[in-house]
Write a protein that binds this ligand. Structure first.
Ligand SMILES: [Zn+2]
Length: 1134
C-alpha cells in the first residue's frame, strides 16, 4: 500500500492533516518523513489508528488520536479554535441556546448551527405586504447611540481611551486659540470620550511657513534628549520616557515659541495589545452579549435578533416530523393543490431516462424533492461517462485541453443546474457528494469548498426588502433549492424545517404579481445581495476609514516607493470607495513614529513626532483621521510633500511594531483599513525581528526552517485589530529578508492582504514598479466591505471544519472579516457526520454580511446545490481536479508549518497515489496495465508534480524564504482561478497568432492560441512563447525567432537587439503587434491584479525563472513528469 501523508486524508491513514472525518485530526502527525521520490518503502496504513473514533477534542474539530500538534484549522495554535485567544470563561459557542421550542428543535447538527429564535415578544411586527424599500424601517429606533459620530462616547474604559492623550498637563501648553476643539467639524471630534481634549495642536503658534515643504514639524523634545537627527525642520517630537512614565514629556518649545510643556505622555490604559484584553468595542446597546469581547457586529447576535421575519403563528406542524421526514415527500403531503412553481415543486416524475452525459442532465428533470431514487444508478445505466473514461497516463502524454479547463458541472437536472451558483464563486472538490463518510474515505479525495465570495460581478441581483426570509431553525436564507409545499410554506433545504412564507414574500417585485413566491428573485438566483434592514446592525454602519502607515527609513527612501505611493494616491484619491463620511489618515515611521495633523483649517499639514516607541500614544487623536472631503487639500499637500520630506534621511531603523500599535489605536474607535508599507526587517521596539535565513542553506537544507512566525506579536495585534474591525494590508517591498512568516500574520488574522515586491527599486526594477503602480490602483479603487462576517452553512449531516484564507474564526462556522475585498478567496474542508441516506441533493450557503463603502449594511448570499451519490464511480465522475488541487495546496501549506515541508510534500504525493489506487481498486472493472486514471483526474498527477515544484513547496532549488512564504500565503488566499495559474502556468506560442478561432470582445479580436505542455520540448528556437504564471508573465524569445515577430511585435531588427530589461511591448501599428498585445491584455483583464511581463532571451537572468516552470521536465533536484508517473505507478502496484 502506500505511504505517509495524504493517503490518510480520508481517515484511513496514519494520522494526517487531510482527514475528512470527524475522527480525523487536521493536524499532522509528527512522523518520519515518508516517501520522497525514488524511495520505495513507506509506512503502511494503520487502519486501527485511523478508524479509531476521536475523543472529544476542543473546538470545532475534534482531536483525533494523534493530537500533538496544534490544529491546522483556523489558525488557532492551541485549544479551541473558537476562542478569541483564550478568553477564559468565554463560551465556545456564544450563541444562546435555541429559543423556547425545544420540541421543534431539530437534532443538533454540527454544521448549520441553528440560530436562536427570538422570543415571541420581540418578534418583528409583520412587515407591510409589499416589498418596501425602507432601509431603516424604524429610523427612530434608538440604536447604538454611542455610535453616532458626533456623540461623545460615554466612558467605556479601554475601548475609547485611546483618544485620550494626557489632557491635564497638555492643556497648559496649548494655545487656546489654537485649540482644535472649537469649531471642529463633526467628524473630527468623533470617538473622543468626553469633550474633545484640549488639543495639542500648535498650529496657531506656527507661523504659516511658506517655502518649506508644506508639512510643518514641531519638535517636542525631552530635555536632554537629542532631537531626531534627520529633522532639519525641528518637528514636534513627543519624547516620552518609558522608564519614567510619571514624568511628563516636556516640550522643548513648539517652535517658534513656548516653553516645553510638561505633557504627560501617559499612554492609554490599554497596555500592549494582549489578545484577550481587547476592550469591548464602542458599546452597541448591549446586544453583543455572549459574543466575546470583540464582536461589535456579531452575526451570532443578529441571528438571534433576526429570528423572526416569519414570526407569524406557532411553529409549523411539520416540525415535529423533522428527523424522520426525508426530503422528497413534500408533494405528497402538500395539502393544497398548487400552481406550477419553482422547479423544486414541479411534479416531475420522470426518472433519469437519458443516458447520462457526464456533466449534463436532460432537460426538464425533476426538482430536488423528486429526484429519481438514485443518481448513482445513472452510471450503471449507461456507457461510461467521459469523466470516467480510462486514461493510461503513461501512454497519453498530451493531456492538456486546448483551452483552459472549465469547472465540471454537477450532475443535476438542468432546471436545478440552471439556478446553481457559478463555479467562479463557489466550487466543491467533489461535485457529487458521497452519501457517507466511509464512502468518502474510500475515494481518498478531500472534500471541501472553494469560495470567491466577494468577487466583482457584472450582474448581481440586489434586493431591498424589509423582510429577509430565512429559516426559523437554522437561519438559512431562502434560496433556489428550497422546496415549496404550497404557496404558504417552504421547506428549508439545509435543516428541512417547514417555514411559513411571509405575506410580503407573496408579492413578486420583479413581475409585480402576487401569489408567486417561487418566482421571487431570492428563489431564482443562487447569488443575491440583500440590503439589510436595521436589525442587521448593532451600530450605524461604519464609514470608510483608510489609514496609511508608511516606512520612511533610509532603506525605504532608497527604494523610491514613496513617490509611487503618493502619486498613486493623489491620482486615485477621488476614486477611493466611500461617501461623505470617508476618513483618511497617515502615519510614517522609522525609529520614531510620525503623525500628521490634517485638521481642517490648518494652513498646512503638521507633523507630530512621537519618539517614545515603547509606550505609544496618539498626540492629537481627533485630528489624525480626518474627513477626506473636508480636508482633501491638506491631504494632497501632504502627499505632494512626503517624498521630499524624508529625502535625506539617514535613519536606518524600523519601529514597525510601534507604528502598528499606533495605527491600531487610531483606527480602533471606527474600524477600517490599515495599509502598511514596509521595506525592511523591523529591528526596533516591540515586534522587532532578527534575520532567520541563511542564504547558503536555501538549496541544501534537509528541511525548510522558519516557516512559522518568530513571535506572536503580529498575530496578537492582528486579533486585536480584528476585534475592532480593523484589517491590515501589508505591502512588503524589499530586497532583503523581512521575515514574512512573522509579518504576514498581521494580515492573515485580520483578514488583510499581503503584497510582495521582492527587490523593489525605482530604477533597477522597472517591472516591479509597474506592477506596484497597477496593484495600487486596483487596491485603492476596488470594492471594499467593512465590518464583515461570513458564515457557511451546509445541509444537515455535513460538517465544516477547517478554514483556509485570511480571517479569524470567531465561532465554528463564522469568519470574522474586518475588511472583505473582491480578490480574496477562501477554502473550507468538510466531513460527513451523518449519512445522507435519504437525500438526493445537499446545499451549501455562504452568507457575507458587510458594510459597503457607502454605509449600507448588505448581505451577499451564495447557495450551491450538489447531488448525493452512493457509488465510488459517481464520486470519481464528479471530481473537480482543480478544486482538489487548490484545497490540497491549502492543506499542504498548513502541514508545512505545523509539521514540515517534507511531510507536506509526501502528503501531496500520496494524495495522488491514494486516489488513483482507490480508483483502480474500486472503480475499474477491468484491470489493465499502466497508470490508470479517470479522465476527470487525468491532470491530477501533473498538478501534484507542479505543486511539488512550486515556489512554496520546492526543494533542492535555491528559494528565498520570503519568496517561499509569500507563495504559501498566496496559495491560501488567492481565489482558485489565480492559484491554479501559480501552480500550473499556461504556456502559449505567440509568434504565429492568427485570428482563427479568436474571440471578439468589445470590437477587439483576441487570438486564442492553444495551451502547450510545460516542457522545453514544446519550445522552438524559431518561435516566441508566452508563459502566464498568474502574477508574472514571461515572453521567451527563441534565438532564431522569426524576424517578422522581432520587427513587427518587438520593434527590434534582430534577436541580439532585444534589450535585456524589456518589460513592455511597444505599441506598434502592425497586425502582429495588435494581436499580441490584445492577447496579453485579455489575459491580464481576467484577473484583478496586474501580472508584470518580462521579455527574456536565452541570456537573460530571468531565464531560470522561466525554465523552472517547465514542470514536465527533469531538473537536478526534481523528477520529470514521466518519472513522477513511474513513481506513482510503482507505489500503486505495490
Ligand atoms: Zn433550516
Amino acid at each position: 500500500m502506500s505511504t505517509a501523508g495524504f493517503n490518510s486524508q480520508n481517515g484511513t491513514g496514519t494520522g494526517q492533516a487531510y482527514a475528512n472525518g470527524p475522527s480525523q485530526n487536521p493536524v499532522a502527525l509528527q512522523q518520519p518523513p515518508g516517501v520522497s521520490y525514488g524511495m520505495t518503502h513507506q509506512p503502511t496504513y494503520n487502519p486501527m489508528q485511523a478508524k479509531a473514533p476521536a475523543p472529544p477534542g476542543p473546538g470545532l474539530y475534534p482531536a483525533g488520536p494523534y493530537q500533538p500538534v496544534p490544529p491546522v484549522s483556523s489558525y488557532q495554535p492551541g485549544p479551541p479554535p473558537t476562542s478569541y485567544p483564550s478568553s477564559p470563561g468565554h463560551p465556545l459557542l456564544p450563541r444562546p441556546p435555541m429559543g423556547g421550542h425545544p420540541s421543534h428543535t431539530p437534532p443538533q447538527s454540527a454544521s448549520p448551527s441553528p440560530g436562536p429564535r427570538i422570543p415571541p415578544g420581540q418578534a418583528t411586527p409583520p412587515p407591510p405586504a409589499v416589498s418596501s424599500s425602507s432601509y431603516y424601517p424604524n429610523p427612530q429606533q434608538p440604536m447604538a447611540p454611542t455610535w453616532q459620530y458626533n456623540t461623545p462616547t460615554p466612558p467605556l474604559g479601554p475601548a475609547t481611551s485611546i483618544s485620550a492623550p494626557p489632557v491635564g498637563p497638555v492643556a497648559n501648553h496649548v494655545n487656546p486659540a489654537a485649540s482644535l476643539s472649537g469649531p471642529s467639524p463633526p467628524s473630527s471630534s468623533a470617538y473622543s470620550s468626553g469633550p474633545p481634549p484640549p488639543s495639542i495642536s500648535h498650529s496657531a503658534t506656527q507661523p504659516p511657513g511658506p517655502g518649506m515643504p508644506p508639512t510643518s514639524r514641531h519638535g517636542y523634545t525631552q530635555p536632554g534628549v537629542a532631537p531626531p537627527p534627520m529633522n532639519p525642520m525641528a518637528p514636534h517630537t513627543y519624547q516620552g520616557q518609558p522608564s519614567r512614565p510619571a514624568y511628563g514629556t516636556s516640550l522643548t518649545g513648539p517652535p517658534p515659541s513656548g516653553p516645553p510643556p510638561t505633557m504627560k505622555p501617559t499612554p492609554p490604559p490599554t497596555g500592549p495589545p494582549v489578545a484577550n484584553a481587547t476592550p469591548p468595542p464602542p458599546k452597541a446597546d448591549g446586544a453583543v452579549a455572549g459574543n466575546g469581547p470583540q464582536a461589535p457586529n456579531s452575526y451570532n447576535h443578529l441571528d438571534n435578533k433576526m429570528a423572526g421575519p416569519t414570526p407569524t403563528g406557532p411553529p409549523g406542524r411539520h416540525l415535529g416530523h423533522y428527523p424522520s421526514l426525508p426530503p422528497g415527500y413534500q408533494n405528497t403531503s402538500a395539502p393544497h393543490a398548487t400552481p406550477p412553481m419553482h422547479p423544486a415543486m414541479q411534479a416531475a416524475t420522470q426518472p433519469y431516462t437519458q443516458a447520462p452525459q457526464p456533466y449534463q442532465q436532460p432537460p426538464g428533470g425533476p426538482g430536488p424533492a423528486q429526484l429519481s431514487p438514485s443518481l448513482a444508478a445513472m452510471s450503471l445505466q449507461s456507457s461510461t461517462p467521459e469523466a470516467l473514461r480510462v486514461v493510461n497516463l503513461l501512454q497519453e502524454r498530451n493531456l492538456l485541453p486546448p483551452t483552459p479547463i472549465p469547472a465540471p458541472t454537477p450532475c443535476l437536472t438542468q432546471d436545478l443546474q440552471k439556478l446553481n451558483c457559478s463555479p467562479e464563486v463557489f466550487r466543491c472538490t467533489l461535485t457529487s457528494i458521497p452519501q457517507t463518510q466511509s464512502l468518502l474515505n474510500k475515494a481518498k479525495m478531500p472534500l471541501g469548498l472553494l469560495l470567491h465570495p466577494f468577487k466583482d460581478l457584472s450582474q448581481l441581483p440586489v434586493v431591498t426588502s424589509s423582510t429577509i426570509v430565512r429559516c426559523r431553525s437554522c437561519r438559512t436564507y431562502i434560496n433556489p433549492f428550497v422546496s415549496f409545499l404550497d404557496q404558504r410554506r417552504w421547506k428549508c433545504n439545509l435543516c428541512y424545517r417547514v417555514n411559513d412564507v411571509p405575506e410580503e414574500f407573496m408579492y413578486n417585485p420583479v413581475s409585480r404579481s402576487y401569489g408567486e413566491p417561487h418566482k421571487r428573485p431570492e428563489v431564482q438566483n443562487a447569488t443575491i445581495e440583500f440590503i439589510a434592514p436595521s436589525e442587521y446592525m448593532l451600530r450605524p454602519p461604519q464609514p470608510a476609514v483608510y489609514l496609511f502607515v508608511l516606512d520612511v527609513s533610509h532603506n525605504a527612501v532608497e527604494t523610491g516607493y514613496l513617490n509611487v505611493f503618493c502619486q498613486s494616491l493623489l491620482d486615485n484619491i477621488n476614486s477611493l470607495p466611500g461617501d461623505s463620511r470617508t476618513k483618511v489618515g497617515f502615519i510614517t515611521f522609522d525609529s520614531t513614529i510620525h503623525f500628521y495633523n490634517l485638521q481642517e483649517g490648518l494652513s498646512q499639514p503638521q507633523m507630530l513626532i512621537v519618539s517614545d516607541i515603547e509606550d505609544i500614544f496618539l498626540p492629537t487623536p481627533d485630528s489624525l483621521l480626518v474627513n477626506l472631503n473636508e480636508c482633501k487639500e491638506l491631504v494632497q499637500d501632504l502627499l505632494k510633500s512626503l517624498p521630499n520630506l524624508f529625502e535625506k534621511t539617514m535613519e536606518t531603523q524600523s519601529a514597525l511594531g510601534s507604528a502598528l500599535q499606533a495605527a491600531f489605536k487610531l483606527l480602533s474607535p471606527t474600524g477600517g483599513r490599515m495599509s502598511v508599507f514596509q521595506t525592511q526587517l523591523p529591528n526596533l521596539g516591540v515586534g522587532a525581528l532578527q534575520s532567520r535565513e541563511d542564504p547558503n542553506q536555501r538549496a541544501s537544507a534537509k528541511d525548510i526552517q522558519h516557516l512559522a512566525p518568530a513571535t506572536d506579536f503580529y498575530k496578537k495585534l492582528a486579533l486585536d485589530c480584528s476585534g475592532q474591525q480593523v484589517a491590515v494590508d501589508l505591502f512588503l517591498l524589499s530586497a532583503q529578508y523581512c521575515d514574512l512568516a512573522s509579518l504576514g500574520c498581521i494580515s492573515r488574522y485580520s483578514a488583510g492582504s499581503v503584497y510582495y515586491y521582492p527587490s523593489y527599486h525605482h530604477q533597477h526594477n522597472p517591472a516591479q514598479v509597474e506592477r506596484f503602480q497597477k496593484d495600487l490602483k486596483r487596491y485603492l479603487t476596488r470594492k471594499i466591505g467593512f465590518e464583515a462576517v461570513m458564515r457557511i452553512r451546509c445541509t444537515k449531516g455535513l460538517s465544516i471544519h477547517t478554514f483556509h484564507g485570511n480571517f479569524f474564526v470567531r465561532s465554528t462556522d463564522l469568519l470574522s472579516l474586518p475588511n472583505v475585498n473582491p480578490d480574496a478567496g477562501f477554502a473550507v474542508q468538510m466531513s460527513i457526520e451523518e449519512n445522507l441516506d435519504d437525500m438526493q441533493i445537499v446545499s451549501f450557503q455562504a452568507a457575507l454580511l458587510y458594510t459597503s463603502s457607502k454605509g449600507e449594511r448588505r448581505i451577499r448570499v451564495h447557495t450551491l446545490c450538489l447531488p448525493v451519490v452512493n457509488s465510488l464511480s459517481d464520486i470519481f465522475a464528479g471530481a473537480d481536479v482543480q478544486a482538489i488541487t487548490g484545497l490540497l495546496a491549502c492543506m499542504a501549506v498548513d502541514r508545512s508549518v505545523t509539521a514540515s515541508l517534507s511531510d507536506a510534500r509526501d502528503a501531496m504525493t500520496n494524495a495522488a497515489i491514494d486516489s488513483l489506487m482507490s480508483y483502480r481498486q474500486s472503480v475499474l472493472t477491468v484491470q489493465q496495465p499502466g497508470l490508470l486514471a479517470p479522465a476527470c483526474l487525468r491532470l491530477f498527477p501533473l498538478y501534484i508534480l507542479a505543486l511539488l515544484k512550486q515556489k512554496g513547496f520546492r526543494t533542492g532549488t535555491s528559494t528565498r524564504l520570503d519568496d517561499r512564504v509569500f507563495a504559501m500565503l498566496q496559495l491560501k488566499y488567492q481565489p482558485l482561478a489565480y492559484a491554479m495559474l501559480m501552480i500550473h502556468p499556461a504556456l502559449y506560442r505567440v509568434d504565429d497568432l492568427t485570428d482563427e478561432g479568436a474571440l471578439n470582445i468589445n470590437e477587439r479580436t483576441i487570438p486564442q492560441p492553444r495551451l502547450l505542455q510545460l516542457s522545453v520540448e514544446k519550445l522552438s528556437r524559431e518561435g516566441a512563447f508566452l508563459m502566464d504564471a498568474g502574477t508574472v508573465m514571461y515572453l521567451w524569445i527563441g534565438r532564431n525567432c522569426h524576424p517578422n515577430f522581432l520587427t513587427q511585435v518587438l520593434g527590434v531588427p534582430s534577436y541580439a537587439a532585444v534589450p535585456d530589461n524589456l518589460y513592455l511591448l511597444p505599441e506598434l501599428d502592425t497586425a502582429e503587434s495588435q494581436r499580441t498585445r490584445a492577447f496579453i491584455g485579455w489575459l491580464r483583464d481576467q484577473r484583478p491584479f496586474f501580472p508584470s511581463l518580462h521579455i527574456i532571451r536565452d541570456e537573460s537572468q530571468l531565464k531560470a525563472s522561466f525554465m523552472q516552470n517547465m514542470i514536465e521536465d527533469r531538473t537536478e533536484s526534481a523528477l520529470s513528469y514521466y518519472e513522477f508517473l513511474l513513481h506513482l505507478q510503482q507505489q500503486i502496484s505495490k
